[in-house]
Write a protein that binds this ligand. Structure first.
Ligand code: ARG
Length: 457
């Protein structure tokens, strides 16, 4: 059944119908559509645009439709164009002519704008909850690995020793920003478009403040044209989700590298890895690779919507219907990726001995030797040169800096004394770095504490 058949003399071409229709994917919005309609008729009755008993009948009808869809008793009939027409015509079938009053003072343009906002608000809190779990797991792992030394890298080359807690803490910061970003997106979008009509408001005395309040918005949107054609919040959400995926992809990349035979920093749990059909020895990090791969797909959604919205004249255009499938897909993808990722790292075994051994090689304490010389009065630039020569000497002899005898050290600089060994030990290198954000036990303890405070809020 069509909502707009009156002006037409011919049936819609079948292919046109299916090309135009959105019910196959916007059915996901049924709860939000009904929620919006209930608020709308409540307001209509309060404003005496419809009668109280009419409102009651309509609300009862809408609630029964929701229940039947929930229980699978009412199936989506794809001969309808979209979720709005499906629910409205079903309502009329159930309650009769009074159902025809539901759409008073409303257009599908403000209706769909509302449905999407309600849906996105829910999904933002779903994604936030999943992110929260990940943050909690990361902070627990940080607590566990506050003393697990490992090499820190720049250019994927060993740079300075750090701890696993410190390395994981970098990801905590990223996902913490993601979580705050989601809150910001929600705060900015939380104005109610319902009551904007097709584009120019309506002639009925709607109480837009009331509708907004009933639906938990901070207030009504302030320009009816913008209200029906604003998709900024979807672009912002897709951008926020893309950033989450980008962070996940970086972490996944490290997991893939760390899980390799060359590194052996970690071992993925059997339940979170997969095998090869030909090579029996293989245990592949497919989940990490897939999350890394799906990042591209989510970026694609963001670019697609930006491109769809580019140059669109005011106000509503059907192009905007293209906002849905990609948004739904991106949301599903990020949720599943976050859930699987959290479980995957939770079950991963960290080879702390390998991490520590790796931190002790590769001259990760070279900066600390230079700092030692500076303390003994040598200008940093000269100290840098001396340590460079020391490293070259060690490479030649295939030894670590700590393996040098005091005599050998003194050949390079006579300020070096016996205290050098303690000064450049792994433990000192890490624990002398006490500034805010640095890896020492002391600094990390404070961060873990403040992470917990963030998680309580
Ligand atoms: N299915 C449409 C969408 O998602 C609903 C709005 C339809 N409005 C219209 N004027 N055809 O955008």
């Amino acid at each position: 059944m069509k909502l707009w058949g009156g002006r037409f003399t011919k049936e819609t071409n079948e292919l046109v119908h299916s090309f135009n229709a959105s019910l196959s994917f916007d059915q996901i919005l049924y709860k939000h559509d009904i929620q919006g309609s209930i608020a709308h008729v409540t307001m209509l009755a309060k404003q005496q645009i419809i009668k109280d008993d009419e409102k009651d009948i309509i609300i009862k009808g809408l609630e029964s439709i929701k229940l039947d869809i929930d229980n699978g008793k009412l199936l989506f009939d794809l001969s309808h164009e979209d979720i709005h027409s499906f629910i409205e015509s079903n309502l009329i079938k159930r309650v009769g002519n009074v159902g025809k009053k539901l759409h008073t003072g409303r257009s599908r343009n403000d209706q769909v704008a509302l449905d999407m906002k309600l849906y996105i608000r829910d999904e933002i809190s779903n994604i936030s909850n999943i992110l929260y779990n990940l943050l909690k797991v990361i902070n627990e792992m940080m607590e566990m690995h506050i003393n697990t030394t490992m090499p820190g890298f720049t250019h994927l080359q060993k740079a300075q020793p750090t701890t696993l807690a410190h390395h994981l803490g970098a990801y905590f910061e990223m996902f913490k920003r993601d979580s705050i970003r989601l809150d910001n997106i929600k705060n900015l979008m939380n104005l109610c478009p319902l009551g904007s009509g097709a584009l120019a408001g309506t002639t009925y005395p709607l109480d837009r403040d009331l509708t907004a309040e009933l639906l938990g918005f901070d207030g009504p949107t302030l320009n009816s044209m913008d209200s029906v054609s604003d998709r900024d919040y979807l672009i912002e959400l897709l951008s926020g989700i893309s950033t989450i995926m980008m962070h996940l992809s970086r972490f996944c990349e490290e997991i893939i590298i760390w899980n390799s035979d060359e590194y052996k920093f970690i071992e993925l749990d059997d339940s979170y890895s997969t095998g090869s059909s030909i090579m029996p020895q293989k245990k592949n990090p497919d989940i990490a690779e897939l999350i890394r791969g799906k990042t591209g797909r989510v970026y694609g959604s963001l670019m697609a919507l930006l491109t769809t919205m580019k140059s669109l004249p005011l106000a509503y255009n059907k192009d905007m219907q293209e906002d849905k499938e990609l948004t739904f897909d991106a949301i599903d993808t990020v949720k599943l990726s976050l859930i699987l990722f959290t479980d995957m790292i939770k079950t991963t075994k960290f080879n702390t001995d390998v991490l520590k051994k790796s931190a002790a090689s590769g001259f990760t304490n070279a900066t600390d030797v230079a700092d030692y010389l500076v303390v003994k009065g040598i200008p940093f630039r000269d100290a840098h040169g001396i340590v460079g020569s020391l490293v070259l000497y060690c490479i030649d002899k295939n030894i670590h800096l700590d393996d040098l005898s005091l005599e050998e050290f003194k050949d390079f600089s006579d300020v070096i004394e016996d205290d050098i060994y303690l000064a450049i030990s792994l433990d000192t290198c890490v624990n002398k770095r006490k500034t805010i954000g640095a890896p020492s036990h002391e600094a990390m303890t404070n961060i873990i504490k403040s992470n917990k405070t963030f998680l309580i809020k």
